[in-house]
Design a protein around this ligand. Structure first.
Ligand code: GAR
Length: 199
């Protein structure tokens, strides 16, 4: 039986591409991307969805805010529910979702973050790791809870910060790690190899 996911993103969609390519090349088992949603009307992630023949929608108030408004929340929840997904994947979704959103899909929302949480939550995480004295950073997939970037960790992939690294090369390494980690976690959840917290 298909394991349906809905992907939410705000930008380029390189992680959505990693998922869609893995799915298209039969590397994701029963995983089926049901739709891609964005808070940005002309986000490249929506064009990407179209190029893979997937339904896509933008829900935008046109205002740049850190948090989704109540009305945007209502519209996102309604749209996502119409696809009845098993999992909601935040892949570069740059808006904070509120309690109502989280409760509507309790225990079914995962987020990708470009650091080894609990280090460097919030924004500019790769930059902060690069500027720190740490020798390792990476990426994390975690369950979404009301506390920002602080839900239970599902998987992490580390990346070394080498003396020869520039911010650009480190960013590239973190993204490459993300493109492997996120599809791997989704596959694990679809097969039961990784358990849902609510089970
Ligand atoms: C990714 O690096 C992801 O970890 C980050 O946004 C990027 C999206 O790239 N997410 C966050 O910072 C969430 N707080 P993409 O659009 O190319 O997939």
């Amino acid at each position: 039986m298909a394991f349906k996911i809905v992907i939410l993103g705000s930008g380029k969609g390189s992680n959505a591409r990693a998922i869609l390519e893995a799915e298209a090349t039969q590397k994701l088992g029963e995983v089926q991307t049901a739709a891609v949603l964005s808070d940005i009307q002309d986000a490249p992630i929506l064009e990407l969805a179209a190029s893979f023949g997937k339904p896509f929608h933008s829900i935008s108030s046109g205002k740049k805010r850190a948090r989704l408004s109540d009305e945007e929340t209502r519209l996102f929840v309604e749209k996502i529910k119409s696809y009845n997904p098993d999992l909601i994947v935040l892949a570069g979704f740059m808006r904070i979702i509120n309690q109502d959103f989280i409760e509507a899909f309790e225990g079914k929302i995962i987020n990708l973050h470009p650091s080894l949480l609990p280090h460097f939550p919030g924004i500019r995480s790769i930059e902060k790791a690069f500027e720190s004295s740490m020798k390792t950073t990476g990426c994390t997939v975690h369950w979404v809870t009301p506390a920002l970037d602080a839900g239970p960790i599902i998987g992490q992939q580390s990346v070394s910060i080498d003396p020869s690294d520039s911010l650009e090369s480190l960013t590239q390494k973190v993204h490459e790690a993300e493109h492997l980690l996120l599809p791997e976690v989704i596959l694990g959840l679809s097969t039961g190899a990784i358990k849902f917290t609510k089970e």
